[in-house]
Structures are given as structure tokens and as C-alpha cells.
Design a protein around this ligand. Structure first.
Ligand code: AHR
Length: 493
């Protein structure tokens, strides 16, 4: 099979915000306890943070991590996770029917984030709480005033503010599963009033309003319109969430699911613009795709996990090669929308639907999806270019035309170029004809590929490198994408 890729230096989509390589740590399963935090682990530092995990997170260059949820945040009292650990309450945690010990809270997480070289994206509870607790939390984290919550932070040992810039106004408030689920109008009013007081405490913060929990929500569209009519001038981003999965074991259709993400982003951006016109506003609202990933493998096993345990092994999807190809297509889709998607969070980071897995008291290893995320996060910085791909397409699932090749070219800040490409064909390799206008003299210098014979192969503690990338020899004018592969091709002069 052949494909032609055309990109032009003068036809840019826009600068890529590094925050699209964000991720997420929720108090859920073993993400915190046994994931980032395990005092007693042989690699634990003075605060109990696992250094083996932290090293892998640093390698991923994750610029921002959403915390503490997710569904968890909608029943959370942030005060429980501050101050002396021995005084912190153990709680029945209703989002995941687990026991929360509160050994880790914002006091520890902000320190973990510093050590991991990342920023915190903090979510506030708009399920069981509201503007009062949210503005107190902003004061606790960011204020330098001589007032109660800023002084409480000082008393807890933190003279300097945490300076958390990005804040989510609740989580998935459109979902009936959410603690404190709201109608669009109920949420819109609460979010608007919460946004106002949070920004009065710290005008420099950026706020994310909840959009739809996924594209199949019956309220999708109307939810966004109602929320934006109330909140447009008070918030900076609208969120999107969506998870993908090979539920019918139909790999060709599964590989095409990134087209659904593409449509979700396009339509949601259109709704934001429609409300901008309605309100006669000059402001363009950006998007925060702050939960995205593959999630389906663990759905059945999770039903067997007993309730009210501390850090039960929930949502521990073991990702295979085809999942990594889907994640690659989703990353390319986010890059293609980098003019509107200014933040995104791979959900999540450790153990819970995550690129990094650990054993309690044991090893940490990279899942298959670690690799496309690593390539994109490390080399997908700079400016994304309109990348025209001419290739054959196929019909599968509910789609008539899924292109075999998904690709985008990035003009990197250091004067190099990076092409990301997925070949969705399960049988045929694909020979590329590249036309890179304005980049005369650029030659391929590296071709890293993730592929394999077994699409269902996974990495495990005993075989952590069953699926890993390899380098292909590079020859000018002869770039071939193997069948069923994720590719990163680097060019320089
Ligand atoms: O990431 C897992 C869960 O998925 C989050 O808690 C929730 O926001 C979403 O439904």
C-alpha cells in the first residue's frame, strides 16, 4: 500500500500547548496508594513517594497532573488531606466504594508534583460542596494574605503558596453516577458563582467548566449550551471526557474510534463559538480534553472486587498493542486540534487505566500505551502543521471510510521535524511519499516504531518488555510504515 503525505511550512494549525500532554491521578484504586506513594517500598523517598514510578513519569515529561478526581472529588473534603497525618479521618468513599485513609492530600501531592517536575491541575468538589469550600481551598493553596486558610497552610508547614494555576469546577456533573449530579442549569449557576469567588481570591487562576462526560450522553450539546450561557465570561476552558474500547473485538473498527474523538472536538468547539456569537463576546473559549484513554478491559473484573477496601486494584486495564495504536491515533487527533485543545489529560497515570503499572512492594513497568505517549510528549512540541494524507480507506463498524494512515507533522522548537503516523492496516505495510514544502534539505534521521505480530500482546511484571518500540534503519525516499504500527520519524537538515 502507498500513501502520500503533504505538509507545508506556511500552513500551520498552530502552536502546540505543552499542556496537551497532561495526565491524571485520582484517589481511586492503587493510583495514589501503591502507585505514586508507598512508604516502605525500597525506592520510597523521605515522603514515601516511589522513585521508580517518579523516574518513569519524569521520562514522560508530563507538564500537568489533574488531582484528586474524577468522581472522587465530588464527595471529597479537601481539609481531610491537610495537617498532621495522625489526625486525618478515614472515610467511606462513595464514588469507588473504597476506604480513603487521607494519608495523601494536597499538602503531599503538591510536593510530589514538584519532585515529579509537573504542575497540579486541581479539581474542586461541586457535588456535595460549593463556592465556600472552593474559595477556601484557593486561599489555602495560593494566598499570601494574613487570613485563616493561608495561615492554616503556614501552620501545616508551608510558608510559600502552592501557586496552583489551573482549576476544574467539579467533575462530570452531567452524569447520574456522580455524587451530587446536577441538571445543566443547576450546575451552570453553581459553577458560575464558584468561578467568581475563586477568581476573586486569586485572579490569576484559569478555570475549566464541565462539559459532557462522553459523547453519548443524552444531554450532550444542550448541556454545553446551558453551562456556557451562564459561565462563558467566568471560565477559560470547557472540558471534554471520553474513553474508547474494543468491546466487540472488532479491531479494524476499534482503530477507527479516533474519528469519534475528532468529531466530538469539532462539534464542541462549534458550540463554544455559537455561544460566543450569542453573547457577542470577543473571547474564544478553549477546550480541555481532561480525561481520555482506552478503558474497557477491567470492566468485568472490577465487579468482583469487594467494597470498602483501602486501595483495591480497580480499573487495572492491561493494555495490548492494538490499544497503543488507538492511543497513537488519539494523540494525533489532539495534535490536529491544537488550535482549540489547549489542555488534555491521559487518564490516568499509574495503575488506574494507566501507562505505568506497579506491584505493591515490587516492580514498576511500562504498559504498551506508554510508548506513543512518550514519543508524542517528548517530540511533539512546537507547531503542528496541516498534514494532508492521501491514502486508501476502509469500512468498519459504524464508519464507511476510515483512512488507513493517520498522521501529523510537527515543526519542533529546535529546528527539527517530527512525523507521527499510525498504519491501521492489519495486513499491509505502507510506503510513504513525503512532500514537505518549505523544508528543503531535511532528511530522515530516526524511525522509531511500535509494532508486533500479536495485537493482543501485553507487558507484565514478569515480561515487562513483550511490547516495546524498536528503531528501523532510515533511508531517504524510502519510509515504510509496517502493518499495524505506531511510528515516529524525525527529520533534520
Ligand atoms: O478516570 C476514571 C473515572 O472516569 C473518573 O473518576 C471519572 O471522571 C470518569 O468517569
Amino acid at each position: 500500500m502507498k500513501a502520500k503525505i503533504l505538509a507545508d511550512r506556511n500552513k500551520a494549525i498552530g502552536p502546540i500547548s505543552e499542556r496537551i500532554y497532561g495526565s491524571f491521578i485520582e484517589h481511586l484504586g492503587r493510583a495514589v496508594y501503591g502507585g505514586i506513594y508507598e512508604p516502605g517500598h525500597e525506592t520510597a523517598d523521605d515522603m514515601g513517594f516511589r522513585q521508580d514510578v517518579m523516574k518513569m513519569i519524569r521520562e514522560l515529561k508530563v507538564p500537568i497532573v489533574r488531582y484528586p478526581g474524577g468522581n472522587f472529588v465530588s464527595g471529597y473534603n479537601w481539609e481531610d488531606g491537610t495537617g498532621p497525618k495522625e489526625k486525618r479521618p478515614k472515610r467511606m468513599e462513595l464514588a469507588w466504594m473504597s476506604v480513603e485513609t487521607n494519608e495523601v492530600g494536597i499538602d503531599e501531592f503538591q510536593e510530589w508534583a514538584k519532585r515529579a517536575g509537573t504542575d497540579v491541575m486541581m479539581a474542586v468538589n461541586l457535588g456535595t460542596r460549593g463556592p465556600e469550600e472552593a474559595r477556601n481551598l484557593v486561599e489555602y493553596c495560593n494566598s499570601t494574605t494574613d487570613t485563616y486558610y493561608a495561615n492554616l497552610r503556614r501552620k501545616n508547614g508551608f510558608e510559600e503558596p502552592f501557586n496552583i494555576k489551573v482549576w476544574c469546577l467539579g467533575n462530570e456533573m452531567d452524569g447520574p453516577w456522580q455524587i451530587g449530579h446536577k441538571t445543566a442549569y443547576e450546575y451552570a449557576r453553581t459553577a458560575c458563582e464558584t468561578a467568581k469567588v475563586m477568581k476573586w481570591v486569586d485572579p490569576s487562576i484559569e478555570l475549566v467548566a464541565c462539559g459532557s462526560s462522553n459523547v453519548t450522553m443524552p444531554t450532550w450539546g444542550e448541556w454545553e449550551r446551558t453551562v456556557l450561557r451562564e459561565c462563558y465570561n467566568h471560565v477559560d476552558y470547557l472540558s471534554l471526557h471520553n474513553y474508547y474500547g474494543n468491546r466487540d473485538n472488532d479491531t479494524p473498527a476499534y482503530l477507527g474510534q479516533s474519528l469519534d474523538m475528532d468529531r466530538f472536538i469539532t462539534v464542541t468547539a462549534g458550540i463554544c463559538d455559537e455561544i460566543r456569537e450569542e453573547l457577542k463576546s470577543d473571547k474564544t473559549l478553549n477546550l480541555s480534553f481532561d480525561e481520555w484513554n482506552v478503558w474497557f478491559h477491567s470492566n468485568e473484573q472490577d465487579k468482583e472486587i469487594p467494597k470498602w477496601q483501602i486501595a483495591p486494584p480497580l480499573l487495572e486495564d492491561a493494555y495490548n498493542l492494538e490499544d497503543a495504536l488507538v492511543v497513537g491515533c488519539l494523540l494525533i487527533t489532539l495534535l490536529r486540534h491544537c488550535d482549540r485543545v489547549k489542555m488534555a489529560c491521559l487518564a490516568q497515570l499509574v495503575n488506574v487505566i494507566a501507562p505505568i503499572m506497579t506491584e505493591n512492594g515490587g516492580k514498576a513497568w511500562a504498559q504498551t500505551i506508554f510508548y506513543p505517549f512518550l514519543d508524542a510528549s517528548v517530540n511533539g512540541r512546537g507547531t503542528a502543521l496541516h498534514t494532508e494524507v492521501s491514502c486508501e480507506s476502509y469500512a468498519a463498524g459504524d464508519k464507511d471510510a476510515i483512512p488507513y494512515v493517520e498522521s501529523i507533522l510537527v515543526d519542533n522548537e529546535d529546528g527539527t521535524l517530527t512525523l507521527f503516523a499510525v498504519n491501521r492496516s492489519l495486513e499491509d505495510s505502507c510506503e510513504l511519499e513525503l512532500q514537505l514544502e518549505g523544508y528543503e534539505g531535511f532528511r530522515p534521521v530516526q524511525h522509531r516504531v511500535l509494532t508486533g505480530k500479536d495485537l493482543k500482546a501485553v507487558n507484565t511484571a514478569s515480561d515487562p518488555e513483550a511490547v516495546k518500540p524498536c528503531e528501523l534503519p532510515v533511508k531517504e525516499g524510502a519510509i515504510t510504515l509496517p502493518a499495524a504500527s505506531w511510528n515516529m520519524i524525525r527529520f533534520s537538515r
